[in-house]
Ligand binder design. Structure first.
Ligand code: GAL
Length: 626
């Protein structure tokens, strides 16, 4: 079965609406709803006084109608009594401003008071409902760190020091790792260490990096503490894979029973961003089917301009997630809110009711997913991995860099998009992961890499793989200390080049091969590599080095058009698309272990297309199965 549904927030509606809701859910083919996500102030109206009677009726209603509940712990939105009683548990920003209650996620992740009260309500919910027949899964919290990932208050300072003490054991080790000989920053007592609050000038980059690691770990620790209370049914939390970068998704992925994520369209090429997020979610779940916990039926409400989806776009988006391995297609939210900050956010059941485009598309999608139920459990195989490391993204996100225009996440997504345009499906992997199943590994942006990660890539190439490494990679160690002796330090031997100086660009630069480089260039000397393209002055722009049984390519700039380079490395690696398709037609294959497979062809263009002899009309999606 493909799970279908969305967040249901019945506490926003009078009880008469609830029975109408469940009847309409059945009509739409809804199989599961997430409930209780923002219900804390209804479940515990005053501290220590609980009201579960209404929620009993909600879960019973779902049970009676055969709709599964993904039951949330309501800890993402502490009630006003919490902020009012414990203002010291509200988050503090970098500039020292404490936020007030009145929105959501109004808590410091390291606050002992928050932890205690959150665990108390989570336990109450768990004790009451863990055996309820409707409950099939736990939805812990909601989008950890969406608004409060980093808190700079005194409680955070204390927790940060404890985390550092555990990590470094001694101040000498910390001083060495952070390079505190610079600017007289040597610490002589743990008590002197603060979160990287506002300072007179630039902060210490290693200090910042550790604070980012600590802050992400604090959220994972909250997840684990809640999860421990829930019991045997599977639990997850909805990540924001590919959209929010303050949390290390790999750490969350280790903690959850199955990876769930949310995705909202963003950017100039939203369906390419969608493909990235979906590939990332699948990879986080070790290639197994994952859950799309939220997306939108039409417009969101939090961008400057919130575009409604065109007819057919909702279906294309949902099926694109399905194609990339989702076994649940869910939305925020079931019924569009009448009041509150998200009343202009689309839902499955819009303000205007059932005689609407959105409702008709919602019902049609439910029926289609039912017909595609056999797809569930199948997986997506990829021959290509894109390396992605949160530590590296975080480390590069410090203002003292050669240029602020080289943005790691943008580069990673651009490279993914280049593969997407070539019809190549790829996984996302950490540099330390087992890469032996891939033919091609690309590292678009790996400023920071561990020795282990660098050796892993070397071994992958030595064993016959093809690698493509982007500029400004392999530069620093995990403490953000430069690897000396010529860049790109960790990959110098593998790539067969040595770089002595960076030349960030003010404008694009012509390449001898006819292309153009953007944003970045380097003064590289070939040691064992050969140049495949150069700048007009002869400096290498694209190099290729033989290493053991494989080859390692390097780019010293960001080519405006990556397609010839991707085509070359794919050819060398023997990587081909899931099917031949015209540009703008996305093709992905899901396969069962017994060989039954499904080819998804998603036509994002205005032109009719043909894929493997099957017509795929403009804007349409065709799934061909066994
Ligand atoms: C998500 C969140 C939902 C809703 C949605 C709106 O970030 O989990 O509760 O706010 O965004 O797009």
């Amino acid at each position: 079965m493909i799970v279908y549904g969305g967040d249901w927030n019945p506490e926003q509606w009078p009880e008469e609406t609830w029975s109408e809701d469940v009847v309409l859910m059945r009509e739409a083919g809804v199989t599961r709803v997430s409930v209780g996500i923002f219900a804390w102030s209804h479940l515990e109206p005053e501290e220590g006084r609980y009201d579960f009677a209404w929620f009993d009726r909600i879960l019973d209603l779902l049970g009676e109608h055969g709709i599964e509940a993904c039951l949330a712990t309501p800890t993402a939105a502490p009630p006003p009594w919490f902020g009012h009683t414990y203002p010291e548990a509200l988050p503090v920003d970098r500039d020292g401003r404490r936020v007030h209650h009145g929105s959501r996620q109004g808590f410091c992740p390291s606050s002992p008071i928050y932890r205690d009260r959150a665990l108390r309500i989570a336990e109450k919910v768990a004790d009451r409902y863990r055996d309820h027949e409707a409950v099939v899964m736990w939805h812990v919290h909601n989008e950890y760190g969406c608004h409060n990932a980093r808190c700079y208050c005194d409680a955070s300072a204390e927790a940060f020091r404890a985390w550092l003490c555990e990590r470094y054991q001694s101040l000498d080790a910390l001083n060495d790792a952070w390079g505190t000989a610079f600017w007289s920053q040597r610490y002589s007592d743990w008590a002197q260490i603060l979160p990287p609050r506002i300072t007179s000038f630039l902060t210490n980059p290693a200090h910042e990096l550790d604070f980012k690691r600590f802050s992400s770990d604090a959220l994972v620790s909250l997840y684990r503490a809640e999860r421990a209370l829930l019991g045997p049914k599977p639990a997850t939390t909805n990540l924001m894979a590919g959209a929010h970068w303050d949390m290390d998704c790999w750490s969350f992925a280790e903690a959850v029973d199955v990876v769930a994520t949310d995705h909202y369209l963003i950017g100039e090429h939203p369906h390419e961003d969608l493909a990235f997020a979906a590939d990332y979610a699948r990879s986080l779940n070790g290639g197994r089917p994952w859950l799309l916990m939220e997306h939108s039926t039409s417009a969101v409400n939090w961008q400057g301009l919130n575009l409604a989806k065109d007819p057919g776009e909702l279906r294309r988006n949902s099926l694109a997630h399905l194609a990339r391995g989702a076994d649940a297609i869910m939305f925020f939210q079931w019924r569009q809110s009448r009041a509150g900050a998200e009343k202009w956010h689309s839902a499955m059941l819009p303000h205007a009711g059932t005689d609407t485009k959105i409702w008709r598309e919602t019902v049609a999608l439910g029926a289609e997913l039912k017909s595609l139920r056999d797809v569930s459990g199948s997986t997506v195989a990829a021959d290509v991995a894109i390396l992605l490391d949160h530590d590296s993204v975080w480390a590069q996100d410090h203002p003292a860099q050669p240029t602020d225009r080289l943005k790691p996440v943008e580069v990673i997504k651009e490279w993914h998009a280049a593969l997407w345009r070539a019809g190549i499906t790829c996984d996302i992997a950490r540099p330390e992961h087992d890469l032996s199943g891939y033919r091609l590994v690309v590292a678009p942006s790996l400023y920071l890499v561990s020795d282990e990660g660098a050796a892993n890539l070397e071994n992958f190439v030595a064993a016959g793989g093809v690698a493509l490494v982007g500029p400004y990679s392999g530069i620093v160690d995990p403490h953000d200390r430069v690897r000396l002796g010529g860049y790109p330090g960790a990959f110098r031997d593998l790539l067969g080049v040595s770089v002595e100086e960076f030349f960030p660009l003010t404008e694009p630069i012509a390449l001898a091969g006819g292309g153009v480089g953007r944003i970045w260039s380097e003064q590289a000397r070939l040691t064992t590599a050969k140049a495949l393209d150069t700048y007009r002055d002869g400096r290498p722009a694209w190099t290729r080095n033989e290493w053991g049984g494989g080859t390692a390519h390097y780019l010293t700039t960001l080519p405006a058009d990556l397609s010839p380079i991707m085509a070359r490395v794919c050819e060398e690696a023997g990587v081909t698309p899931a099917a031949q398709a015209p540009p703008g037609v996305e093709v992905v294959r899901r396969t069962h272990p017994d060989g039954r497979s499904y080819l998804f062809a998603i036509n994002h263009t205005d032109e009719d297309a043909v894929v493997e002899g099957v017509a795929v009309p403009a804007g349409d999606v065709v799934v061909t199965g066994p």
